[in-house]
Ligand binder design. Structure first.
Ligand code: HQG
Length: 189
């Protein structure tokens, strides 16, 4: 069994391969769903001097324990559920809840309120059904700001939403008119 530090480090390597740079590791991802055989991922990881000893069950452990359920293993294949920068993988359009959340930071706010939410270096904008995931995302780069997205309004402007599982929704972009700053205190009072 991997200790916690190795598990996190392995999970980061897995996201690098499955979301961002498969070719750097000699891995070919399925263009539709971004998956590859678990064995191919294992082989790629083992080419790294630090990870020559890694076993399939270590990958399983990283997948099972991922706090945000970043990976899915199905029929002997593994994929990242969201977060891709490399391949624009295919998701089916879905019917989102009326409100979704996006976590960002204070510095990005003026630009988001001017231009709307854009995918930046990823293939999709990342949204969530609850504020917990948005809090984790937005707290990574400074002072947290949570935006509320009016999905009905966005749909009227032609935005399609895709479900990535585990409360995570994706969109190509979201117009600023459909975004408002979520005020926790007002919400709860
Ligand atoms: C911001 C991680 C200026 C956006 C996270 C975000 C999430 C704009 C940053 C998942 C903008 C992009 C995805 C605009 C958006 N002007 N800034 N018009 N539109 N932005 O990392 O959503 O732990 O690519 O608000 O926790 O933060 O890796 O996207 O701040 O779940 O699994 O541009 O990745 O999950 O940053 O994160 P990112 P994200 P993992």
């Amino acid at each position: 069994m991997l200790d916690q530090q190795s598990e996190i480090s392995l999970s980061k390597l897995m996201t690098k391969i499955l979301r961002h740079a498969p070719e750097e590791f000699g891995v070919a991802l399925d263009p539709e769903d971004g998956s590859c055989p678990v064995g191919a991922l294992l082989e790629a990881i083992r080419t790294q001097p630090k990870w020559q000893w890694v076993r399939e069950e270590d990958i399983g452990q990283a997948v099972r324990n991922s706090d945000k359920q970043r990976f899915v293993i199905e029929n002997g294949r593994i994929r990242a559920r969201y977060g891709h920068s490399h391949d624009r993988i295919h998701y089916s359009p879905g019917e989102p809840p009326t409100i979704l959340y996006h976590g960002t930071n204070k510095k990005a706010l003026p630009s988001i309120l001017a231009d709307g939410l854009r995918p930046m270096n990823r293939q999709y904008v990342h949204l969530s059904e609850g504020t917990h995931f948005a809090t984790l995302a937005g707290s990574r780069r400074g002072e947290l700001v949570i935006l509320k997205v009016d999905t009905a309004g966005a749909k009227k402007s032609g935005v399609a939403f895709y479900y990535a599982g585990n409360e995570v929704w994706l969109a190509d972009s979201v117009p600023s008119a459909c975004c408002s700053v979520w005020d926790k205190q007002n919400e709860e009072s």
